[in-house]
Design a protein around this ligand. Structure first.
Ligand SMILES: Cc1cc2nc3c(=O)[nH]c(=O)nc-3n(C[C@H](O)[C@H](O)[C@H](O)COP(=O)(O)OP(=O)(O)OC[C@H]3O[C@@H](n4cnc5c(N)ncnc54)[C@H](O)[C@@H]3O)c2cc1C
Length: 278
């Protein structure tokens, strides 16, 4: 079947609106802050201001479904819109389609439970919070090849314990939650065995070690090394048990799970998606 590359009138009109928005609203801000948000003290103000303007223009998070405030674009529509937003370094942030939030929204919309969507997807799509995605690990851990995944999640009474180190985690600093890739079976080198955990940002077992220097200066909050020593505390154990039980479900791994970091995943298993209670 031939793929059509011409845009339907409605999509073409949306693309045009984004082009004008980026030109008139985003580019001036990019010029003022030189496209650098890693260390800018007013970065959060800039993010909120740009996203408020995008919201008012009906352009915020255009990729998610209408119930989450978006336009429910298919992949072709997303490509056209994302390309237009990418004309400015800050365009994706302004439209709330920047990594890692865009991929996390996509993932949560596809596989999260209704309760998880209400708690994590709704505020993320609205631009009220940011998130991060924690897969990559220092050598010899996971990077291009997820079989190397070394972070372990082990069942403990009432929940899970997660141990590992992640790095290059974009937006970890100040993120309201992280989607953490951890191995619940097998050993590094084995295929499969990976699970995604939703970990709330305030979890004391998730600590930022340092920020890594990269060529990028535009992605919000930079790229951090994160130490994971997550365990249930005795005081939260009873509530954790009931929350985990009601929010844990098995799901089929989506082949296009998170465009940021999972594109190379080789062996979709049937991982458990768990909400991590605080
Ligand atoms: C600016 C920036 C932001 C990032 N943000 C995030 C983030 O938010 N979250 C996150 O989890 N990660 C993030 N990353 C990490 C990124 O996902 C990894 O850099 C990427 O997956 C590659 O992994 P690596 O750097 O460990 O390289 P490696 O995996 O070490 O790869 C190096 C080279 O070896 C090749 N290679 C690796 N394994 C094999 C194999 N088995 N067979 C053949 N060839 C192989 C690769 O193709 C590549 O050419 C970010 C990176 C950058 C630079």
């Amino acid at each position: 079947m031939a793929i059509r590359f011409d845009l339907e009138p409605e999509l073409a009109a949306l693309v045009q609106r984004i082009r004008e928005f980026v030109r008139d609203v985003v580019i001036p801000v990019e010029l003022a802050c030189k496209g650098s948000l890693h260390d800018a003290p007013d970065a959060e103000d800039i993010r909120r201001r740009l996203q408020a303007e995008a919201r008012a223009a009906g352009l915020l998070a255009p990729h998610v479904g209408e119930r989450w405030g978006g336009h429910g674009l298919d992949v072709r529509g997303q490509a056209a819109v994302f390309e237009e937003a990418g004309y400015s370094l800050l365009g994706p942030l302004a439209l709330n389609i920047s990594a890692p939030d865009e991929g996390n929204m996509h993932l949560l919309e596809r596989v999260a439970t209704l309760a998880q969507q209400a708690k994590y997807l709704a505020p993320l799509a609205a631009g009220d919070v940011r998130s991060c995605f924690a897969m990559t690990e220092p050598p010899p851990g996971a990077g291009s090849d997820p079989r190397a995944l070394a972070t372990h999640a082990t069942r403990v009474e009432g929940g899970w314990r997660i141990d590992g180190t992640k790095w290059f985690i974009t937006g970890a600093r100040g993120a309201a939650f992280a989607i953490v890739m951890a191995r619940t079976s097998g050993a590094p080198g084995d295929r499969g065995g990976a699970t995604m955990f939703l970990v709330d940002g305030g979890n004391p077992g998730m600590q930022i070690v340092r920020d890594l220097d990269t060529l990028d200066h535009a992605l919000f909050a930079g790229h951090s090394e994160v130490l994971l020593k997550i365990a249930w505390s005795p005081t939260t154990r009873s509530s954790a048990r009931s929350t985990a039980a009601s929010n844990t479900r098995r799901c089929v791994w989506p082949r296009r799970a998170s465009p940021i970091a999972c594109a190379g995943w080789a062996s979709p298993a049937a991982p458990t998606t768990s909400r991590w209670p605080t």
